[in-house]
Design a binder for this molecule. Structure first.
Ligand SMILES: [Cu+2]
Length: 182
């Protein structure tokens, strides 16, 4: 074997080895790609996960999977206050026979009116509608009042109040309303 022949042989061997490596790399990549394409889990994450699953009411995690609603406290109480209008509904109680009265509707998931205008120095009767879920209970912390609304609502009787603001809220302290006494 001459020096030239030895060179040619080793050069050809290198080419063959290189060719095999390129072919293996190609098939490996191709095989990997087709495995991913055929994998139902992969397609869910890639396609459905980003469109359908991601429309979950609680949003999605970084993997595109919907976050379970029960992990979100606001979802646990039926989406408290999420439907409340940006502008807080406000209404004044009507005075008759020395008592001021007003009705509060909780059926939409918030207090309507949210701001209750009361006259100072006049006893008040506030009638809450039937509530459930988040709004199952209404509390007036300033007066130590706590009422269940799940059996047809509740009537709250307040003494004559001094001017000021007094808050009320659901049992979870997630939905709030205000008594504005003037
Ligand atoms: Cu609540």
């Amino acid at each position: 074997m001459t020096e030239l022949q030895a060179y040619s042989v080793s050069s050809r061997t290198k080419l063959v080895v290189l060719g095999v490596i390129v072919a293996l790399a190609f098939f490996a990549a191709y095989g990997f790609a087709s495995t991913r394409g055929a994998d139902p889990a992969a397609s869910v994450t890639g396609v459905a996960g980003s469109s359908e699953a991601c429309s979950g009411s609680s949003g999605c995690d970084s993997g595109g999977q919907p976050i379970p609603a029960t992990d979100d406290p606001s979802q646990a109480c039926g989406g408290c206050d999420s439907s409340a209008p940006a502008e807080k509904p406000s209404a004044a109680a009507v005075v008759a026979d020395g008592v001021q009265r007003i009705d509060v509707d909780v059926s939409a998931g918030y207090y309507d009116p949210t701001v209750i205008q009361l006259a100072a120095g006049v006893p008040a009767v506030i009638t809450f509608s039937q509530g459930s879920g988040c709004l199952a209970e209404v509390q007036f912390p300033d007066f130590g009042i706590q009422k269940d609304l799940t059996h047809g609502g509740a009537v709250i009787e307040l003494p004559a109040l001094e001017s000021g603001e007094y808050g009320f809220n659901c049992g979870m302290e997630m939905v709030f309303g205000t008594l504005l006494v003037q």
